[in-house]
Design a protein around this ligand. Sequence first.
Ligand code: ING
Length: 307
Amino acid sequence: MARNLHVAAAQLGPIQKTDDRKSAVNRLLALLRQAAAKKAELVVFPELALTTFFPRWFVENISDADHWYETEMPSPITAPLFDEAKKLGVGFCLGYAELTPSKQRFNTQILVDQKGVVVAKYRKVHIPGHEENEPDRPFQHAERYYFAPSDEGFGVWKAFGGRIGMMICNDRRWPESYRVMGLQGVEMILCGYNTPLHYVPDPSQDVLQGFHNALVMQSGAYQNGTFVVGVAKGGVEEGVDSLADSSIIAPSGEILAKTQTNSDEVITAVCDLDWCANYKSTLFDFDRYRRPEVYGRITGQRGAILG
Ligand code: ING
């Protein structure tokens, strides 16, 4: 008997600096309805899905950036998304900037079940970019100024008939992200991303962004016997072209669905979560084949030590 989970990747095109949250929420509502019409049970939205990618600009006084963050979820502006999802009987995963009551700042993603209840929260672990103002860059990527790295690590939650994990953007480039969830039996990893095509100082690497995006998610899926749903906010946002290529990837590493545009677009796939066992119980039977006794360096050191 298959354990089918009908999942949708709801990709966003750009959100410009002057686009308000209401317009973003209206776009998310339209994508949610499209996904529900395609019989999706779980809809995955991108990283920072309510605002433009504001770490592109550095503000000296960080409280001048407070308006980019959510202090409550749901809030009066985002409540319509929760209400509509509950009415449609669809769950969703939403990325946003979180400002806690104690003024901590996180790049956050929540998992909301089909009754509109927040069942899980994940805060980004791997924060790329820079901490200081770097005005000479063509555009900044000051995520390390705007977000604290979470010390909560990667969880896996029983939801939607399976074991669901979450990660955000840069997390997908680190094999440790997948493995920590793989060691909790994860069957589907939900990952929103905002990836500028011109991030690297070496423009010749820009053409590799799509290749690297697929490479890391397909390998992470295969090596941990899990589905991976990667969802972009793509297109030209405030003059910066961002990668689209949202994808739904099988535990085999095969791409089941991929967006064709860099705009608002929904793709879906019916994922039989029992497919994961084909890999978890054979090639990647962790209990049988892994050798943690020789992996000490992975948690024992941060950087490379050259002997
Ligand atoms: N963005 C980018 C990402 O990891 C980046 C940062 C871009 C790193 C290109 C390396 C190359 O996809 C976020 N938001 O993490």
